[in-house]
Write a protein that binds this ligand. Structure first.
Ligand code: PLP
Length: 431
């Protein structure tokens, strides 16, 4: 029996893998293969009929990817996971696994720009309505819910506002109404455990902190195994009615002997099979390398960000700093309730000189990279209004918290003196 660990530092190094049974390899091998030889025709038949779980074809499963799936599932306290080719694919799959044309979901307004676009435009074209709700008022989720509502969706620590989502409150509302909460925990791995707070599903863009080294695009969805899909059967037809694409299987029944994994199995056997978007084995290997140091990196990210936030808050060129450590009242209470061990590495600030000063500041940075990314070991900066949020209208930008002079930072794990020195010289150049 494999040992089960509960501490993130140990999970990050050991969950899902000990050593290769044939070679003894300690590092997880990269299974760079499209397909897997069946033992005989009976074996092949049993695998396709899901009577036995095993490798068939890398679009659907792969042993290297499987270790990452087990490791992230263990980190989040879930029962199983599905890795995908990007965070966007993970978001799309997490929602579409429950929805059909004519259904709706309720989402927080505070979202990554790409998720906003997916929800406001693309899902609409597929006949799925997304109802946006301001997370300042958790009861808004209940008011927006009707019989066709299939899930709630939100981000733990959404930038640019960085106001921590009321996970426990909205999860509790959803559980009363029979609606699962899906949390995008990309910005707060290790720090936040949404499943323990009542969420049913967690997703990550592994591109960010989990990878940590800016090498690969990927995403993952974790099934909490803690939501009773059968108790609300009429709300979840994709899991509770016969699936014509799989010999009429009813997923909640078919996988019962394997555990509470109906949601994630259906996502693999139907959505991944039909829509594609698997994670490449090489990328899974790189994410596993990143994961080994994830808890350590998060500690340093958080410690550095705390110091940068305090420094910028005192700086004469800075109008305001947005970081959970500096918030007060309800938002601080929510941050303290959901985040353990730090407030994350993301922060925003507004220069007194507005948009022009923001541009000058970005141009003057020497060590920070100017990139559309977060969660890298290196420090990063960007001007959201002209980049990540530029496909949104000005009104939509304002709703998500982006103002013209806002600069976003993702604080890395360099020495704090070098981070502050680069910020100071760029602030001087922008003033
Ligand atoms: N979720 C969040 C919070 C993100 O920041 C991003 C990307 O920036 C995504 C999802 C999408 O992930 P990916 O770029 O891996 O598709």
């Amino acid at each position: 029996m494999p040992v089960t660990y509960t501490n993130p530092e140990t999970i990050a190094l050991h969950a899902g893998w000990r050593a290769d049974p044939t070679t003894g390899s300690v590092a997880v091998p990269i299974h760079q293969t499209t397909s897997f030889q069946f033992q005989d025709t009976g074996h092949a038949q049993r695998l396709f009929a899901l009577q036995e779980l095993g490798n068939i074809y890398t679009r659907i499963m792969n042993p290297t990817v499987d270790v990452l799936e087990q490791r992230v599932a263990a980190l989040e306290g879930g029962v199983a996971a599905l890795a995908l080719g990007s965070g966007q694919a993970a978001t799309t799959f997490s929602v579409m696994n429950l929805c059909q044309a004519g259904d709706n979901i309720v989402s927080s307004t505070d979202l990554y720009g790409g998720t906003w676009n997916l929800f406001a435009n693309t899902l609409k074209q597929f006949g799925v309505e997304v109802r946006f709700v301001d997370p300042a008022d958790p009861e808004g989720f209940a008011r927006a819910t009707d019989a066709k509502t299939r899930c709630y969706y939100a981000e733990t620590l959404p930038n640019p506002k960085l106001q921590v989502f009321p996970i426990a409150e909205v999860a509790a509302i959803g559980r009363k109404l029979g609606v699962p909460l899906i949390m995008d925990n990309t910005a707060a791995p290790v720090l936040c455990k949404p499943l323990a707070l009542g969420a049913a599903v967690v997703m990550h863009s592994t591109t960010k902190f989990i990878g940590g080294h800016g090498t690969s695009i990927g995403g993952i969805v974790v099934d909490g195994g803690n939501f009773d899909w059968e108790a609300h059967a009429e709300r979840f037809p994709t899991l509770n009615t016969p699936d014509p694409s799989y010999h009429g299987a009813v997923w909640t029944q078919a996988v019962k002997p394997l555990g509470p994994i109906a949601y994630i199995i259906r996502m693999r056997t139907c959505l991944l099979r039909d829509l594609g978007a698997p994670m490449a084995p090489m990328n899974a290997f790189l994410f596993l390398q990143g994961m080994e140091t994830l808890p350590l990196r998060m500690e340093r990210h958080c410690a550095n960000a705390l110091k940068v936030a305090a420094h910028l808050a005192k700086h004469p060129a800075v109008a305001r700093v947005i970081h959970p450590s500096l918030m007060e009242g309800e938002w601080k209470r929510r941050a303290d309730a959901a985040l353990k061990g730090g407030y994350g590495s993301l922060m925003g600030f507004e220069l007194k000189g507005g948009a022009e000063a923001g541009r000058k500041f970005i141009e003057a940075l020497k060590m920070f990279y100017h990139v559309a990314n977060i969660g890298d070991a290196r420090s990063l900066a960007i001007h959201p209004a002209t980049t990540t949020h530029s496909q949104l209208t000005v009104e939509e930008q304002a709703k998500t918290g982006v103002t013209p002079g806002y600069v976003r930072l993702s604080i890395g794990i360099e020495h704090i003196d070098d981070i502050i020195a680069d910020l100071d010289q760029a602030l001087a150049a922008a003033s």
